[in-house]
Design a binder for this molecule. Structure first.
Ligand code: ATP
Length: 441
């Protein structure tokens, strides 16, 4: 079973590379361990994820505004937020092979043979755990001296907190309201891996939702529950089967982050195990208080709002959506791999083919159709190889529709439209293509 599942991960990774979704970073120089570049289709899919998140949670709601803060902030931010003191993972090292591991990872993985204090790779003796701060250090400015030490942000959230007052002053938002932000975050993870699941550079989509000071538990629980439902809705949008593939973990008190009173981890059943996809945390007034910020309501009452935080990773959304969409089907004794992605998420919506590339009249007509559709939809023109192969390629990219221009098209001004999932083909008049796709894409 485990073998089968790892096999699935290998297949997804290989499809990502073969079809231009994800490439190993700096590959021509031997790569950079656990670092990845998103190719044309990967970049398109990521953009779809971020655009939809922004539309759903920022643009379409009148209780939300957006922000785009700097990656490297004043180091005092990290002192106040508690990250310098607390953003640490326990690290153990093997005395024999010098492999480094997160102690809590080993504890959660009994097959690693730990507990016995042994290295999961070579069974060598492990050192006692050391606390390792995961923030990426750099120097801000040309002088490499301690006064210039700065950090790449390990979460986007602090950019939101430190701008709280600016946003209130400029947007006049009243509680409850939220600030959403999409951007890169950096963590010097001890054990990155599982393809793009855990990397040192990744992207987050975070919301800090500010609420009045709760008088009773149920006052914040109500907002927490609203956001829990919103997150479930979002996970469904990605094409994930929530009942089968998601587990909600109520994080035990002794494992909560230093700022959290309650956290739910939405865990996804990845092929390599059930792991965190997203987190939802009640951060209390910890952050605004740490930064010395407050809020004055319409009656002149001054207080520190509390915060509910839905925190989503772009890369993990991408990976989970791929895992759920990846399907293998037998078609006439041949195996077809197809990404059954939700239509909005597919990086290409329509592929246009001339039946034969050496027939100029077919190519001309197909180009005309392609040029007519490409301003409304992400389209791809392909005239390489036989049509069957072109279908297989688009299936692996997850393209919902392929149009083929054949000799009948020249006579009847229509094309074949082939559906990715059912593989059914219908003839549609060229002048009706706009209407045909309007309701499907
Ligand atoms: P983990 O327990 O997996 O280390 P975390 O609890 O530290 O994750 P959070 O601090 O809650 O993660 O970060 C919010 C979200 O950011 C995560 O749910 C995940 O989607 C994403 N994320 C966090 N760390 C990484 C990483 N190293 N690589 C990719 N995505 C990440």
């Amino acid at each position: 079973m485990v073998e089968e599942k790892n096999n699935l991960m290998d297949k997804i990774e290989s499809l990502c590379k073969r079809r231009g979704f994800v490439f190993p970073d700096s590959e021509i120089y031997g790569g950079m361990a656990n670092t990845w570049d998103y190719g044309p289709y990967g970049a398109g899919m990521r953009k779809n994820i971020k655009d939809r998140w922004w539309k759903k949670f920022v643009q379409d709601r009148d209780d939300m505004v957006g922000l785009d803060a700097a990656l490297i902030m004043n180091p005092k931010v990290w002192e106040a937020s508690g990250h310098l003191a607390n953003f640490k993972d326990p690290m153990v090292e093997c005395e024999k092979c010098h492999g480094r591991f997160r102690e809590d990872d080993l504890e959660n993985n009994p097959s690693a043979g730990v507990g016995a204090g042994k290295c999961p790779d070579c069974e060598g003796k492990l050192t006692a755990p050391k606390q390792f701060n995961m923030m990426f250090k750099t120097f801000f400015g040309p002088a490499e001296e301690s006064a210039n030490v700065a950090y790449f942000r390990p979460e986007t959230a602090q950019g939101i907190f430190v701008n709280f007052k600016n946003i209130i002053d400029t947007t006049r938002k009243k509680l409850p309201f939220g600030i959403g932000q999409i951007g890169k975050a950096f963590r010097n993870e001890i054990t990155p891996g599982n393809f793009i699941f855990r990397t040192r550079e990744f992207e987050q989509m975070e919301i800090e939702y500010f609420i009045p000071v709760p008088k009773k538990d149920k006052d914040w629980e109500k907002y927490f529950e609203d956001w829990r439902k919103e997150m479930i809705g979002w996970i469904k949008d990605l094409g994930i089967d929530v009942k089968k593939e998601i587990h909600e973990l109520n994080v035990p008190k002794d494992e909560l982050a230093h700022y959290s009173k309650k956290t739910i981890d939405f865990e996804y059943k990845f092929p390599f195990g059930q792991k965190e996809l997203y987190g939802l945390a009640y951060r209390t007034d910890f952050d605004l208080k740490s930064h010395g910020l407050d809020y004055t309501d319409e009656d002149g009452n001054k207080f520190i709002p509390h915060v509910i935080e839905p925190s989503l990773g772009v890369d993990r959304s991408f990976l989970a959506a791929l895992c759920s969409a990846y399907t293998e089907e037998k078609v006439k004794d041949e195996m077809r791999a197809v990404l059954k992605l939700p239509v909005w998420l597919s990086p290409v919506k329509i592929a246009v083919f001339p039946l034969l590339k050496n027939k100029p009249e077919l190519v001309k007509k197909a180009k005309e159709i392609f040029n007519g559709l490409k301003t409304d939809y992400v389209c791809e023109f392909d005239d390489n190889g036989n049509v069957g192969k072109r279908y297989r390629r688009q299936d692996e990219i997850g393209t919902p529709y392929c149009l083929t221009v054949d000799f009948d098209s020249l006579e009847k001004d229509d094309v074949t439209v082939r559906d990715r999932d059912s593989m059914k083909q219908v003839r549609v008049k060229i002048k009706e293509l706009g209407d045909y796709f309007k309701y499907k894409l």
